[in-house]
Each structure stands twice: as structure tokens, then as C-alpha cells.
Design a protein. Structure first.
Length: 82
């Protein structure tokens, strides 16, 4: 995950593009925070985040309980859980 490139979705060499709206970015952040509060372990890749636009770092949530919000709802962001 640390090799993923974050940036403009118009750039063909980019792996993860921008989040389309502030509300969606806020939702992603809330879901990740809630997943951690429910016991998940969060690891975020040390990727450089662009300063313009809405971006969320590539994120892995592990030790996710099946009843956790992050296991029950699709996040629609650069997050993976296992």
C-alpha cells in the first residue's frame, strides 16, 4: 500500500484519485474513527497527500469484528478491512 500514488484522477499514473465531495470525505473519516473505536486497528500508508483537493490516505483496518460499522457499511473510499 505504501507504493500507491495519490493524486489527480486525470493522471494515468495515479492509483487513488480524489474524493468527490467534502461530505463524502467527512463520512469516510467518521467511519474509520468509529471502526477504530469499535476495536479495529488502523494503518495508513505513508503516502504524500496532495494539498489541493479532497484526499484520504490509503487505509487498512484489521481486526475488524463482523458487527463493526466498517464491516457492515461500504465506505466508498481508499479503505480496506479484513
Amino acid at each position: 500500500m505504501s507504493t500507491l500514488r495519490v493524486g489527480s484522477p486525470l493522471d494515468k499514473s495515479i492509483d487513488i484519485g480524489a474524493i468527490v465531495a467534502r461530505g463524502q470525505l467527512d463520512r469516510i473519516q467518521r467511519l474509520v474513527e468509529q471502526g477504530v473505536a469499535e476495536g479495529a486497528t488502523c494503518w495508513q500508508a505513508p503516502a504524500a497527500m496532495p494539498t489541493k483537493g479532497l484526499f484520504f490516505p490509503p487505509t487498512l483496518l484489521s481486526n475488524v469484528h463482523p458487527t463493526s460499522i466498517v464491516a457492515q457499511q461500504e465506505i466508498f473510499g481508499p479503505c480496506w478491512s479484513r
